[in-house]
Ligand binder design. Structure first.
Ligand SMILES: [Fe+2]
Length: 359
């Protein structure tokens, strides 16, 4: 009989790095030409930021940040193991990984029989030595669930949502880091991850996808901070549309024979995406507004937030959560927020929430 579990978490790449490197994004940005000099002046930094940095450049804060994140990943893994899904659907962004100049769909479900990732060979997660001490070529294999992915594509198309699908990836042999890290972190203790995976890509980077290549390279190049404004790409899907897609996913799965875990994977406000904070720390006020709405099951606030407002706050990747919330709203579920982890020096705020399945 159909049953649906909802989970929200993060795929924060520096969690895969050693503690000594966890604040490296901030360090890179402090040298970046695109970051305004006025924001680089430490005397003007918020007191909380200086406290978190401490006297060791954030090293002890990194250990605490890791401990908080790993505890939540273990808790979410327990929820999954208790639920025993037939497959998991992961909503994740693509940061110029699988989708590039040749094709940028707003959404895409990957119907794979199996997938293999090498997360330490290239990409954001591979930028620093990994905390597990695993070799560069370390491969991880996960079963896919082709029938489930096809049913999702069919169900959405029949409900008027023109969902792209693919039977293999385009550019990367494995999966984009949003998916890869989610799987690595849900198996932080390396016991294995047995549940078949259906990656569901969301074009979170929208108008800046190609200009920034889904990262912060534009800030590292002189004068390039304004290049995104000169030649923006077409937008990604709006929050309301992502929630409509989520609702159709709920309707489709409710009529299916499967037990499915829907997992939204992303941090919230990203420092390197918001000019409001000089690209150095997250937009806490915007995150807290949406967190309050999440806790209150106030889905309307999420639905009515314009895409431009999410992007101004560096919350691009919250579109992944919007898909999940659209599904949960349709099912009449309410979030249990297990942890809200704010930071000033580790690039992004993180939320761990789950939506218990029906009794
Ligand atoms: Fe991401």
């Amino acid at each position: 009989m159909a049953s649906i579990l909802g989970i929200g978490l993060t795929h924060y790449p520096p969690l895969a790095w050693q503690d000594a490197h966890m604040a490296d994004i901030l360090k890179l940005l402090l040298d970046a030409p695109g970051v305004p000099a006025s924001f680089k002046d430490r005397s003007r930094w918020p007191a909380e930021m200086l406290v978190e940095l401490g006297g060791d450049g954030g090293l002890s804060a990194a250990a605490a940040h890791r401990a908080a994140l790993v505890a939540e990943f273990r808790r979410m893994r327990e929820r999954l193991d208790e639920f025993r899904p037939d497959f998991v659907v992961v909503f994740g962004d693509d940061q110029y990984e699988n989708f590039r100049e040749d094709l940028v769909p707003p959404f895409c479900v990957l119907a794979l029989d199996e997938t293999e990732i090498r997360p330490f060979a290239s990409g954001a997660t591979a930028m620093r030595p990994n905390v597990w001490g695993e070799p560069r070529e370390q491969a991880f294999r996960y079963p896919g669930h082709r029938a489930g992915a096809k049913a999702l594509a069919r169900g959405l198309l029949e409900r008027g949502i023109d969902l792209p699908y693919a039977y293999r990836t385009l550019h990367d042999d494995g999966l984009a880091h949003a998916f890869a890290n989610t799987l690595l972190y849900l198996d932080y203790d390396r016991r294995g991850f047995p549940y078949p995976v259906v990656p569901f890509q969301v074009n979170c980077y929208g108008s800046t996808l190609l200009a920034t290549r889904g990262g912060f390279g534009h800030l590292l190049r002189a004068r390039a901070a304004d290049s995104t404004a000169v030649d923006p790409d077409p937008p990604g899907p709006a929050p309301w549309r992502c929630m409509e897609v989520g609702a159709a996913i709920a309707d489709t799965l409710r009529d299916s024979p499967w037990r499915v875990a829907l997992i939204a994977s992303s941090s919230w406000s990203h420092a390197f995406l918001t000019p409001r904070t000089g690209y150095l720390w997250p937009d806490h006020a915007s995150d807290r507004r949406l967190l309050a709405a999440l806790r209150a099951a106030d889905y309307r606030t999420w639905r009515q937030t314009p895409l431009g407002e999410l992007e101004a706050a560096g919350e691009h990747e919250l579109l992944n959560w919007c898909v999940l919330l659209g599904a949960m709203q349709r099912l009449g579920r309410r979030a249990r927020v297990e942890a809200w982890i704010e930071t000033w020096i580790f690039n992004s705020n993180k939320c761990f929430a789950w939506f218990p399945p029906e009794p």
